[in-house]
Design a binder for this molecule. Structure first.
Ligand SMILES: [Zn+2]
Length: 150
């Protein structure tokens, strides 16, 4: 997959890995929008950096200190294989959510932020049921549109 194609907003990226979603829900305990966003961010980072899951990628997560936003971190761990046990994921303070992913083999990195419209919509979610429905909707969207990648 070419870099230019990934940057193109029209590039169609659909999440299809049902097994990964099931594992994520088992691991995390529930389905929520931030868990899904973490999964999708991780998938995007692996595609864009062309790196190997588990040992070939590192993540620094900013602005996801408290629940529910911090649920993002579990999604990232599941989809990238970056784990606290291996030490290739870190959680840091920040005003907004931003994740720096690094290909540990060639040291190339990308920063992924949430799209501004998405941040507004997340802020209006009310209650567990609405959040879960929104999470399911995120799984069906072209996820390149959910993020800003630099
Ligand atoms: Zn959660």
């Amino acid at each position: 997959m070419q870099k230019s194609k990934i940057k193109n907003k029209n590039y169609n990226l659909k999440f299809k890995n049902k097994r990964l979603l099931k594992d994520a829900i088992d691991f995390h305990g529930h389905l929520g929008p931030y868990l899904v966003l973490g999964i999708l961010m991780g998938e995007l980072a692996i595609k864009k950096l062309r790196c190997k899951k588990h040992f070939g990628i590192g993540a620094i997560v900013r602005g996801a200190i408290k629940k529910p936003v911090s649920c993002l971190i579990d999604g990232i761990q599941i989809s990238t294989g970056c784990t606290y046990g291996k030490g290739n994921i870190e959680k840091k303070n920040g005003k907004t959510i931003q994740v720096l992913f690094k290909n540990l083999q060639n040291n190339k990195g990308i920063r992924i932020n949430l799209n501004k419209n998405l941040i507004v919509r997340l802020g209006h979610l009310n209650g567990h049921k609405e959040s879960e429905a929104f999470a399911r909707g995120l799984l069906k969207t072209n996820y390149i549109n959910l993020f800003e990648v630099n």
